[in-house]
Design a binder for this molecule. Structure first.
Ligand SMILES: *Cc1c(COP(=O)(O)O)cnc(C)c1O
Length: 435
């Protein structure tokens, strides 16, 4: 059922062009949008704008609507919850769904040990709280992060994020005690093995920070905004082993990689890595704002009562949506769906790479896939071609995103419920956009 369109004075529904004009006079310029079209409705694999134009969705609202937009179970759960109560604040008057979401997260995240969870509103807030927990539990100040990392836009998470433009430029000064070390980036680090790349990072930590000063090592198991960088095999397990030996809290930021996106419940599952803490958001609640920190009970419970929380954290409507989302992921085997997307899309990407020398690499896992573009015959990033191909996709009706420190990565994050037909059509449009 489509909601009725608000009418203008003349009685006609506003067009994207009209809305864009209004936006210019109302919305802060600093908030950007990928396409200038305004959404009317969206489903499993498409978005339809107010002008009636349909887009194949290879973005999923940045890896959020993995179960699709307005997924039936989510809609039903939200509707039922919104009629019972909308907000009491879990810190004031608690409710079951918050507890149930925590139970689910404790069971689904890697590691068979006792866990606790706490719920928040955004990914950045989850990362902030993971750092709070790690610092509190260890009594140490330093946080180690990686080149190309993205962890959010709040003050602490800007400091944790690597890229200046657009995330940090002129927004400092930033939070202190953040130390950055090199990532394993197989295309760009001369073919270091995972163990060698980990040793390089560890040496810098030990020499420049001192393991005893490090509260947390924070890492995306596959980097998101930084370019869908998949570390060499062995990199994550080696860092995990070092953190254990050094008494450092290993925090996996699975905000983008989590909830079936990479073909398993969490990206850490692929290498058997068990983080001490995991940060979660994006795909967790079918589009409703929810985030979480899940991790070892002794770390999470180290914090005094009242030390964690927030007015809206674990809002009952978002919790109802999360429970419905998780149920949908089980029922439709969306981890399997992500692997199927990989098996269908990767050959199409490889075919493009074979004929187009600008494609240096096809990479990713599950339904988190990307191509990195360079000047042919070099490793020099080509953000101009990346932007041009992306624009051609948008003009043709395929919603794609770019990423990467150098702005030269095209990434593909379809909803996991996208149909084979929609996926194939999207791949055709992408293929044509490369020329
Ligand atoms: C999106 C993202 C964040 C920040 O999440 P917000 O909900 O935008 O605050 C943090 N870490 C990773 C890996 C992300 O992809």
């Amino acid at each position: 059922m489509r909601a009725p369109q608000p009418r203008t004075k003349s009685g006609a529904a506003p067009t994207s062009e009209e809305l864009h004009k209004r936006r210019g006079d109302a919305v802060a310029r600093g908030v950007g949008s990928v396409i200038p079209s305004y959404v009317d409705h969206a489903s499993g694999g498409t978005i339809t704008d107010v002008d009636g134009r349909e887009w194949i969705d290879f973005a999923a609202g940045i890896a959020v609507t993995s179960v699709g937009n307005s997924a039936p179970r989510v809609v039903e759960a939200v509707r039922a919850q919104v009629e019972r109560f909308t907000h009491t604040c879990f810190m004031v008057a608690p409710y079951e769904s918050y507890v149930a979401v925590c139970e689910q997260l404790n069971a689904l995240t890697p590691g068979g040990f006792a866990k606790r969870s706490a719920l928040f509103n955004s990914g950045a807030e989850a990362v902030e709280n993971a750092v709070k927990v790690a610092r509190h539990a260890t009594g140490r100040p330093a946080v180690v992060v990686f080149d190309h990392a993205y962890h959010g836009r709040t003050n602490l998470t800007m400091a944790l994020t690597a890229k200046n433009m657009p995330y940090k430029h002129r927004f400092g000064p930033f939070a202190g005690e953040i130390y950055r070390v090199p990532m394993s980036y197989p295309l760009r680090d001369g073919g270091l093995s995972g163990a060698e790349a980990a040793a390089r990072a560890v040496e810098l930590i030990e020499k420049q920070v001192g393991a005893d000063n490090v509260a947390a090592l924070l890492i995306e198991p596959i980097q998101g905004e930084g370019g869908f960088v998949v570390p060499a095999p062995g990199f994550l397990p080696a860092l995990r082993a070092w953190a254990t030996a050094a008494g450092v809290v290993f925090v996996a930021d699975e905000i983008q990689t989590g909830f079936c996106r990479t073909g398993d419940w969490f990206a850490c599952h692929h290498e058997g890595v068990e983080p001490d803490l995991v940060t979660l958001a994006k795909g967790i609640a079918g589009g409703l704002p929810l985030a979480a920190v899940t991790g070892r009970a002794e770390l999470m419970d180290a914090v005094h009562v009242g030390g964690l929380g927030g007015t809206y954290g674990g809002n009952p409507i978002a919790c109802a949506a999360a429970l419905a989302t998780i149920e949908t992921m089980h029922e439709l085997d969306l981890a399997g769906a992500a692997r199927r997307i990989e098996s269908l899309l990767v050959p199409r990407l490889r075919a493009i790479a074979e004929r187009d020398p600008r494609v240096a690499e096809v990479r990713g896992r599950g339904a988190m896939l990307a191509v990195e573009l360079v000047l042919p015959g070099t490793l020099t990033p080509d953000p101009v071609a990346t932007a041009a191909i992306s624009a051609a996709c948008h003009a043709a009706g395929l919603l794609t995103l770019t990423c990467g420190t150098y702005g030269n990565v095209l990434r593909f994050l379809p909803p996991l419920v996208i149909s084979d037909g929609q996926l194939g059509r999207g791949a055709d449009l992408l293929d044509a956009a490369f020329g």
